[in-house]
Write a protein that binds this ligand. Sequence first.
Ligand SMILES: *[C@@H]1O[C@H](CO)[C@@H](O)[C@H](O)[C@H]1NC(C)=O
Ligand SMILES: *[C@@H]1O[C@H](CO)[C@@H](O)[C@H](O)[C@H]1NC(C)=O
Length: 251
Amino acid sequence: MALTEIVFFSIFLMFTLQPSTSVEVCPVLCGTQLIRFPFRLNTQSGRCGYPRLDLSCKNEAHAILTLPFSGGFTVVNIDYTFQNIWIEDPDSCAPRRILQGLNLAGTPFDLLEPRSYTFFNCSSASSTVPKLAEAKLISCLSGKDFSVVAIPTERLDLPASLSTSCSEMAKVLLPLSLSDWSDPGDGFILTWNEPDCKLCESRAGTCMFKNDTGTDVGCSGGFNDVNKDENWVYVITEAIFNLLLRSPSIN
Ligand SMILES: *[C@@H]1O[C@H](CO)[C@@H](O)[C@H](O)[C@H]1NC(C)=O
Ligand SMILES: *[C@@H]1O[C@H](CO)[C@@H](O)[C@H](O)[C@H]1NC(C)=O
């Protein structure tokens, strides 16, 4: 092959191995929430998002994440870089939804930093519930003459008085919430691992499907080309260009 042919072939390779331009990314707003790959709205093409990461948009104002076994939650924020999604119960009582059994089977989600809590129903007004450092009053589950509190299970060795006026309701894993459960009605955070766009997002790249049919995900643009499959083409092309620029035989 003549050098010029090598150059043209390299340029050809460079363009054909770029992520296909017909791959969709389709960012869209629902209220103020930007929804983009790997999420999509269920009204968009299936190729706008990764499988099982579809949201709906209620009244053009609130994005809703529907878990197959646990129902709908309002999306408060999506952190695309750390791959967290902050969700709330539309009725403002996330602990109730978790006590009903938060089932993440068949979803790509996990609880973020789960911690075991034991829930108690205490037959007293909230003002008289034993003050334990880490006990959280669940106001949305409490009534006039009873209070529901959640206590980290590993701290249960402490309270002698608790067992007398309180009955154990359940032991559940609670995920971290943004407010660290200072007001536990507020919602909580789930995380997802697949697809892994963290590196791409942190380099301000665009995470997208590599082609029109598969589910392999690549990264386009950003500070650094992080797509290793394509890097070698650039390395070779660059080497050839450098060689040619220094070569006296090119005219
Ligand atoms: C807590 O106990 C009271 C009776 O002591 C009951 O009426 C109430 O429904 C219970 N609350 C929960 C959330 O189980
Ligand atoms: C698209 O990518 C998948 C892998 O995700 C691969 O199996 C398939 O052959 C590719 N299709 C085309 C048309 O390149």
